[in-house]
Design a protein. Structure first.
Lengths: 151, 151
DNA sequence: TATTGTTATACTCTATAACTATA
DNA sequence: TATAGTTATAGAGTATAACAATA
């Protein structure tokens, strides 16, 4: 009988069986949460959460974009966008510019532009660190398999 | 000028630019959250969360496994396992069996065995629905690319 | 009527610290 | 000393409902 020293007094297997490990969806989820934790750590060095950074990049590329539009693109509810943009504004990273009576367009401040550049670089580095080793062809295949999940 | 009708009065692009979409990590995260939401919906029909179902499957295949061990396998902290197993016990799906003074092994009740079977089937169906169309070779390649993220 | 932004609120997940009892 | 289980607690993230102002 092969048994690990950890629980020799029980009849538990040396290595527990995890039937879910054979499922792609399960592996995908675990991979995603590992990646997210690592990205969060990298962005934390710039004082940002992944949400913060995603918002900054969207504002950078789409000046005067509204909160609602950002929420729609990132899957964040309007109600939850309010404290996020307030926090970015309080830290001097974005400005709110009145567009019409009900909308306000967001733009990056100078400081926001700097931090966004650093954060974007961190995100790209992170992606390269995990997927940069892939051959172009394999990378394209992987990307397309993921994208087909929306069809 | 091609512009969508949504914001014709601003200089916003018809389709906002999202630089993150080019990154594999970003796509992976979005895919994972879509999959999780869908799986949660499927399991909710059996009165289970994804965590509930994962625990049941682990208990099914590893009778008398401890809470701590389950937590280690699923990435759930010991402190957060307590209410999860209590809830499963209160619903009559698992039993706690004293192993030694400090450990208690978990086993499925008859009801737990039934619900676990249904839940496992739902999980497998879910995986098949999203990834079943993949050729065996493509499936293996995708699986291996995900798994290499831990090296 | 529909949309933007806001407030209040609640629920889930996750994280840490501290405690007990046992090994 | 290390481990199993527990409690309390705090912080994200996410969800809904309701409201005012505006389109």
């Amino acid at each position: 009988m092969l048994e690990k020293a950890s629980h020799p007094e029980t009849n538990a297997d040396a290595e527990p069986i995890n039937a879910l490990e054979n499922l792609i969806g399960y592996q995908l989820r675990r991979a995603s949460s590992k990646l997210m934790a690592d990205l969060a750590r990298a962005l934390d060095r710039h004082g940002l959460t992944p949400s913060d950074a995603s918002i900054l990049v969207l504002v950078r590329d789409n000046p005067e974009i509204t909160q609602s539009e950002i929420g729609r693109l990132l899957g964040i509810k309007r109600a939850n966008m309010t404290p996020l943009s307030a926090s970015l504004e309080n830290r001097g990273l974005i400005l709110r510019r009145r567009m019409d009576g009900r909308s306000q367009g967001l733009i990056l401040t100078e400081k926001g532009t700097e931090i966004c550049a650093a954060a974007y670089q961190a995100i790209v580095n992170h992606d390269r660190r995990y997927f940069g080793y892939l051959e172009i062809e394999e990378r394209a295949r992987f990307y397309s398999t993921i994208n087909r999940l929306w069809e």
